[in-house]
Structures are given as structure tokens and as C-alpha cells.
Design a protein around this ligand. Sequence first.
Ligand code: FEO
Length: 400
Amino acid sequence: MHTIQEILPTLYWVGANDRRLERFENLFPIPQGVSYNSYLFKDTKTALLDTVDSAVTAQFLENVTHALGGRELDYLVVNHMEPDHCANIEELVRRYPNVKVVGNKKTFQLFSQFYHLDIAKNHYLVKEGDILDLGEHKLEFFFAPMVHWPEVMLTYEQTRNILFSADAFGTFGALSGNLFVDQMDYERHFLSETRRYYANIIGKFGSQVQAAFAKLPISSVSMICPLHGPIWRENTGYIFDKYQLWSTYTPEREGVVIAYASMYGNTEAAVNKLALMLAERGIRDIRMFDVSRTHLSDIVGEVWENSHLVIASPTYNMHLYAGAANLLEDLLALGLKNRKVAIIGNHSWASAAKKSMEELVSSLKDSEILASMDIKSSLKDEQLVELEAMADAIANSMTV
Ligand code: FEO
């Protein structure tokens, strides 16, 4: 059954949801599923903006067919050539052989790398600033390389000021009937997943997000249509403000994330004690995670939100326990900056974890190690003074 939704009398959502996929990019758990958004203009000309993942092809094609209502498809705009959005280009060209596929040089280069059908006769090559006139609606193309791949374009509809933002402003989480942010409790159900999506998928490309924003008429945008998750048609400044913070690696709140690895509970006992000391100093809403239990992407999202990180790990193979190493290496790979960090190492006969964590954290730009300590197998009373000093250093570096 078709599941299209009207956005405007001439614009329809024709995407699809996937609640069966275990991991997005075969990496990130998505317990609430994911949506693949596709948008159809039915103007003097028809234009489809992006397709969907191959897992939901049947639903998508049923939607497109129903929404077109027997009309031809004149244009297929490819804002992003990642397979979760472009898996149906070949099939659409087969069904609508005269369709013009709108993209840039990199779009078509990636298409030929991923797929086999020769669509050269369908190419409609655009440059930055080109305008596609559909009738009432005029689409302007802004190039946004590395938000999140090099070919990415953002499409700006000039008549109603609608930004088709590709992966930007997207989120994990399927849509449950409500297509618009103003129809849902967004902060409860989507904000942390939007942040997790941003930090893990686009987080590395903060400067490219900023470069894209510099080109856009942000204050005029009345609606944001991303490729994943709900549409913003009110209060677009809210999510622009979040992106401004996230893309400049600015914490949203003064708060502490404690991420620890613990084999037999002794490192965990040390961070439990530290957390009590932090609470005694008035620090609220402390977030604590066992790196062996909580998926890395969830911890990365929390780190993106908060100003402080405590990382604790035992020595393992003269380096770090894998989960702790993975977290720090991932934060480095994502280009995290501007955080205050405290470090607790643990060892029984040869100390390496503390030094390894210090080296990794030292590579985080604009960040500071507030305190670093090593324990030997388990925390003893005589080291409580050192732990208190760490708690003081954390509390004194916070403004709330
Ligand atoms: Fe949703 Fe970069 O693809």
C-alpha cells in the first residue's frame, strides 16, 4: 500500500521506513529504525529529489508511482550518491527512460563506480548556483562537499524557501506517521538520536558544515527536508543552532561523561567513587558508561553534548582495553575538539594505560587534561586524596 504524505499541494514525501535493519552502515545500532526520505514535486514539471535504500525499494516505487498519478518523471535530483539514497536510480531510469538525472561531475563519477547501467544520455549536469525551473518552484543547487560525501549538493527551493539538506539535519529513527517535527515530542524521541547521527556520521566534517552554512540564506529558510527523519517547518532556528554548536565542537552543556573499561570491577569502583565526589561538588546529570556495554556511537553522542570527559581503563597488552582505545581513537578520527578530560589508568604489574590515554587525549585539539592518575589493581584509601583532587579539578573547571 502506498504511504505518501502531502507536504504542500505540489510537494509530497514518497520515502520509506526501515525498522528491520539492525545497524545503519552495518555499524550503528538503530533500535528505532531509520527513514529514507524522498520528495516529489508535482509542478509544471515533475521532479523527484533522491531515492531510498534498496531494502525499501518496493514501498518507495509504489509511493512514486501513486504520487505521480500517471505523469512522467521529468527530473531526478541526486543530492547524495551514497547507496542509502541512490539505490533506485537505475530502476527509475528503466521506468522513465526520458528522465533527466540531475547531478554534478562527482555525482556521475560515483554513479558509474557503484552501478552498471549507462545513464549518460540522462545526465543533466549542474554547477553551483544553477537553477532548475519546474514552474511554480525553482530549485537552486548549492554544493556541500563532505557533508557527508564529496558530491553532496543541497537543493534550495526559492519560492517557498525549502532547504533539501541531504544528510544534514537527519537523524536515526523511523517516522511513525508524524512527518513534521512540530507533530512530535522531538526533544524526547529524536534529539539524542539526531546528535548521535551528527557526531558519528558528519562529526568529522564540522568545517565543511560551516562552509555550507556560509553559502545558504539560513535566515530565510522556512522548511528543512532532510534525507533521514522528520521535516522542520517551524522553528528551524532550533536545529540550525544545534548544528552551529555541533559543527564548531562547542559543548551544549557543562557536564561530565564518564566512560570506563573494567575487567573485574576495580576500575569501575574507582569511577563510581569519583562520580560520588563529583555529585558532592554539585555536578548534576553525570553520564556514566561501560565501554564494553554501551555502543561506542552512543558514548560519542554524549561526549559531543558535554564539556567534560573522564576516561578510565586498565592496561591491556601494554596499551588500553579495546573499548577504551576504540572510543579515544574514534573521537580523534571524528576530530573532536575543545573538551576537558580526566584520566584514570589501572595496572597490576606494568603501567601503560595512563600513558596511552594521555597520548591520545593530547592529540584532541583545543582540549586539556585536567588530571591524570594511575591505580594499582584497585583503589586504596591512600589514593582518595588524589581522586578528590581530580574531582576538584573537574568541578573547578566548570561554570555551573
Ligand atoms: Fe544517508 Fe551519507 O547517507
